[in-house]
Design a protein around this ligand. Structure first.
Ligand code: ATP
Length: 243
C-alpha cells in the first residue's frame, strides 16, 4: 500500500488568454469559425512534481496568481492538467470556492440537503448529521434564510460544516477560512487538527502564514507556476517571507 495520499507528476496547466476584446457571442462564433481568435498561451503551472504523505497536513504557499488554486483544482479533479498526471489515494472533500456547490436562492436547510446529495450522501444520512452541521456552523437562527442574504463568513461556516460532516481521507481547503471570524477560524483549525490526528490528509491554501504554521507540518512554495521548494513548514514559510 502506498504511503502517499497525493502524487503530482510533471503537471503543467496552460490557459488560453484572449488577447482582444470580443464583445458578443455572435462575434466570438464568427471569429472562432474563421479561426480568427488570437490567444496568448499562458502557463499557470509548469512541470510541477511533488508528493504528499498520508496523514500529513500540507500547505501550498505562494503569492497572488502563482497557481495555488489551479493546483488544488487539478488535485480535486475539477481541472484536467494539460500535461502530467495526479494520483489521489482516497476520498476527497474539496472546499474550494466560496459558494461553489451552493444554490444562493435556496435556504441554508435546503442547501445542506442539496450539497449532501452532491457529495453522494443519502437523505437519511444527512438528516442524522443535520443538527451537528447547524450546531457547528452556529447558524441556528438562519436555517430558513436564503443564502443570498448570508455574509461571506456565514457561507464559509456552512460550507466547512458540510464538508467535514464525515471524515474524508483528504480534506482540501482553499482560502475560504479567511472570511470566517477569529473564533470560527479557531474552531475550524481545531477540527482540522482532530481530523489529521485521526488520519485525514489536509491540504490547505491560506494567505495567513500564521495560520498555516499553526495547522501544517509541511509545505510547497510555488512561484509563477513553478515549484520553488518543498519541505518543513518553517523553512518554506521563511523562504516565502524573505523573498
Ligand atoms: N480559467 C482560467 N482561465 C485563464 N487563466 C486562468 C484561469 N484560472 C486561473 N488563471 C490564471 O492562472 C494564474 C494562476 O491563478 P490561480 O488562481 O491558480 O492563482 P493563486 O495562486 O490561487 O492566486 P490567489 O492567491 O490570488 O488566489 C493566474 O494568472 C490566473 O489569471
Amino acid at each position: 500500500m502506498t504511503k502517499n495520499a497525493v502524487e503530482v507528476s510533471g503537471v503543467s496547466m496552460r490557459f488560453n488568454l484572449a488577447r482582444e476584446r470580443v464583445d458578443s457571442l455572435k462575434e466570438y462564433m464568427i471569429r472562432a469559425l474563421k479561426k480568427n481568435m488570437n490567444y496568448d498561451e499562458f502557463y499557470a503551472l509548469k512541470d510541477v512534481s511533488f508528493k504528499i504523505q498520508k496523514g500529513d497536513s500540507f500547505a501550498i504557499i505562494g503569492s497572488n496568481g502563482s497557481g495555488k488554486s489551479t493546483l488544488l483544482k487539478i488535485i480535486s479533479g475539477i481541472f484536467k492538467p494539460t500535461t502530467g498526471k495526479v494520483e489521489v489515494n482516497g476520498s476527497i472533500a474539496p472546499l474550494i470556492e466560496l459558494g461553489a456547490g451552493f444554490d444562493m436562492e435556496l435556504t441554508a436547510r435546503e442547501n445542506i440537503f442539496l450539497n449532501g446529495a452532491v457529495l453522494g450522501y443519502s437523505k437519511k444520512f444527512i438528516l442524522e448529521k443535520y443538527d451537528e452541521i447547524i450546531s457547528f456552523s452556529e447558524l441556528h437562527n438562519f436555517v430558513d434564510v436564503p443564502l443570498k442574504n448570508f455574509s461571506s463568513g456565514m457561507v464559509a461556516r456552512l460550507g466547512f460544516s458540510i464538508a467535514t460532516m464525515v471524515q474524508p481521507d483528504i480534506l482540501i481547503v482553499d482560502e475560504i477560512l479567511s472570511v470566517g471570524d477569529y473564533s470560527f477560524q479557531e474552531k475550524c483549525e481545531k477540527r482540522m487538527k482532530e481530523m489529521t490526528d485521526n488520519g485525514t490528509t489536509l491540504i490547505l491554501v491560506s494567505h495567513s502564514i500564521e495560520q498555516v504554521k499553526k495547522v501544517c507540518n509541511n509545505a510547497v512554495l510555488i512561484r509563477e507556476g513553478e515549484l520553488v521548494t518543498i519541505g518543513p513548514i518553517e523553512d518554506v514559510s521563511n523562504l516565502y517571507l524573505n523573498g
